[in-house]
Each structure stands twice: as C-alpha cells, then as structure tokens.
Design a protein around this ligand. Structure first.
Ligand SMILES: Nc1ncnc2c1ncn2[C@@H]1O[C@H](COP(=O)(O)OP(=O)(O)OP(=O)(O)O)[C@@H](O)[C@H]1O
Length: 355
C-alpha cells in the first residue's frame, strides 16, 4: 500500500488532535487552517516528536500502531522548518553531508539530485553566514532531501522570507512535485503558495480535518469555511496554446475554452496553472457586446453561498469540466435571478499565470 494513512489522536488539556487521513503517495499536500488548528502538531505527530495514539502507515510501513512506536530517527523523513538551522562552522556541503552519516550508504544516492534540484551546486563551499535567506532555505530543503526520505514535512518553509526571496525559491519548490516521487506535507498560510504548489489540500480546524481532496476541487467547495476573503478563487490546469506577439498576449486553453493572459515568455505547449480570483469574475445572462474584458466564457451555475460580507455572494460556475468562482453583490445576484442550472457568461477581468 502506498501513500500515508494517518489515524492519530492526541489529548492535551487545552487541545485535542483527532485526524483520519489518507494521503497520496506523491505530490504536495498543503495543510491549511487557522492558527492553532493543529497543523504543526500533526506534522510533529507524523515525525514521532509527539506521542499520539493510533496508527500511522507510510508507504506500507507501519510507523506506529497500538503495539509499535518507531522513534523519530528511525522514521525516514525530512523535516524543513521556517528557519533552516545550519551549522555555522560547516560549509554548505558539510551541512548537507552531516545527517548522511546516520543513514545506510545505499540510501545516500540523493545528495547529487538534491543539490541539482535546489540549484545550489555553486554554493557548496560557502559558509552559511555568506548565504542569503533564500539560499539558506534551499540548502535546508536540500539537506532534508539528501536523506532520501520517504516523506518530506515542511512547516512554513518560506514564512521567514520576503516577497522577493519567496519568488526566487518557488520555482525550486515547484520542481519538487514534478520530480519527487515522495509525498510532501506542506504547511502554509499563504493562499498564493498553496495555489502554486499544492496538488492536494487538507483543511484543518480545531484539531480535526474539515476537508481533504484535490486542490482545485477543495478550494472551490462552497460548504467549507475556508475564509480566504480576497483570495477566494479557482485554480485551472491550462496549456499555452498560442502567442500573440503584436499584443504581448498568450492564449491558454483548458476544458472550458481559452483565456488570454499577459505573455510571460512561456512556449506553446507548456502546461501550467492559472489562478482566477472570485473578485475578478462577474456574470452576465446575455453574451456581453463590446467590452474591454477579453475573457468571456459560457458556463452553468452550479451553486451559491453567502460570502463573508453580508452584501456578497459566492457563485460556483461550471465551465467545461472545471469550476470557477464568481463574487457578486447579493443585489446583482437577485436582479439576474442567479440560481443553479442557469446558463451564464462569466467575464474574467484578470488571470494570473502561476509560473
Ligand atoms: N507542547 C504542547 N503542549 C500543549 N499544547 C500545545 C503544545 N504545542 C502546541 N499546543 C497547542 O496546540 C494547539 C495547536 O497548535 P499548532 O501549533 O499545532 O497549530 P497550528 O495550526 O500549526 O498553528 P499556527 O498556524 O499558528 O502555526 C494550539 O492550541 C497550541 O497552543
């Protein structure tokens, strides 16, 4: 059996963790939830740093059950924290090699791959004090990967970095889900990071799992209190179909048709994600005439739900085989009589390519 089966309970006086999760064997699973919902505690339980009761199976190997409890150092895992705590007296290579002494030589095949994956070959001789924050994070992640873990646990690995450094490191993280064949559990408070990186989403509240499922589907569920506010929106898997050199635009195709976005130099055929925020989508009953909005797609209303503000409503619209969300005022939803089954035109003001 592959993947992770975690049925774990922890009973602290002020907090109870009670999760029952089946997670895929590879890809990035984002753990999302309000502060104090138990994300870090869950990772610590998986790492064996907290002694939860229950059962934990990773790729068919029992890490704990009613009779066994594998100590942390016997669990094949990599753990990446906000601040990569590197040894100051060792070079980058020394830091990378440090943990390897503990694991069997046959497992030490990942060092070169980790160096390549995180793009740190040119930094190997440097001491940590001469690394930027982003470089230090990359070394921290490479160090965890070099241990050939069966699972990678990442607790807000980018939270300590400024926006520019985050942008610098995100492409390396994106490569993780293309090239790594192990599951990654990734805690983040940033909807943008989740949208870019995650394949799977687990939403936690008060120590419990509120929802778990593929990212695009879970993000657009209206029955979940994922209070993303301005960040509420949909993720679409698209492919670059055409470039318009005259207007510096790229046409990307997905199951529901095409969207035009600013050309970012991506070649035709490239697969990527786009994020469409609910606040950038409006709905019309008739096909709109002349408009400055380029992206107008036919769809069918699937469901409606109250938004956080009493004057607003979120509408789920099926466009081809995908879902997008639209945020409307309650007044305009009432005037257009927006209801499930209604055919509409979704006007999309802006599309963000996640690349
Ligand atoms: N060692 C501990 N003993 C008792 N309670 C703890 C301990 N560690 C954390 N807690 C409590 O457990 C709850 C969950 O904390 P946890 O850090 O897992 O949440 P989180 O979702 O990761 O939060 P954040 O997003 O703020 O990092 C909190 O109420 C916290 O105060």
């Amino acid at each position: 059996m592959t993947g992770i089966q975690a049925r774990l309970k922890l009973d602290w006086p002020n907090f109870q963790l009670d999760v029952d999760l089946d997670l895929p064997s590879h890809g990035i699973t984002a753990l999302f939830g309000t502060s104090g919902s138990g994300k870090t505690t869950l990772l610590r339980c998986i790492a064996g740093l907290e002694r939860a009761t229950g059962q934990l199976i990773v790729n068919g190997e029992v890490w704990q059950d009613d009779h066994h409890f594998l100590a942390t150092h016997k669990r094949a895992l990599g753990y990446v924290f906000q601040e990569a705590s590197l040894f100051a007296h060792l070079s980058v290579l020394g830091n990378l090699r440090y943990g390897l002494k503990r694991i069997p030589a046959k497992q030490q095949v990942n060092l070169e791959q980790a160096i390549e994956l995180l793009g740190i070959a040119h930094l190997l001789e440097r001491k940590p004090e001469r690394l930027s924050g982003g470089e230090r994070s990359r070394v921290g992640i490479a160090r965890a990967l070099a241990l050939s873990p069966d699972i990678l646990l990442m607790d807000e690995p980018l939270a300590a970095l400024d926006v520019k450094r985050k942008q610098e490191i995100l492409p390396y993280l994106e490569r993780l889900h293309e090239e790594l064949r192990i599951p990654v559990l990734y805690i983040s408070h940033s909807p943008d990071e989740v949208a870019r990186l995650a394949d799977h989403l687990v939403v936690m509240e008060n120590g419990r799992v509120l929802a778990t499922g593929p990212l695009a589907e879970t993000l657009t569920r209206l029955d979940l209190p994922i209070h993303l506010g301005e960040d509420a929106g949909a993720i679409l898997d698209v492919c670059v179909a055409e470039l318009d050199a005259e207007w510096h635009l790229a046409r990307v195709a997905f199951s529901g048709g095409s969207l035009w976005a600013r050309d970012q130099g991506l070649p035709p055929g490239r697969k990527l994600r786009v994020r469409v925020l609910a606040r950038d989508v409006s709905l019309a009953i008739e096909p709109p005439g002349q408009s400055s909005i380029q992206n107008i797609l036919p769809g069918c209303v699937d469901a409606l739900a109250d938004d956080e503000h009493p004057g607003l409503v979120l509408v789920r619209v099926k466009v081809g085989g995908d879902i997008i969300l639209a945020r409307l005022t309650k007044k305009s939803a009432a005037m257009l009589n927006i209801r499930p089954g209604l055919l509409v035109w979704a006007q999309i003001k802006s599309v963000a390519l996640m690349e």
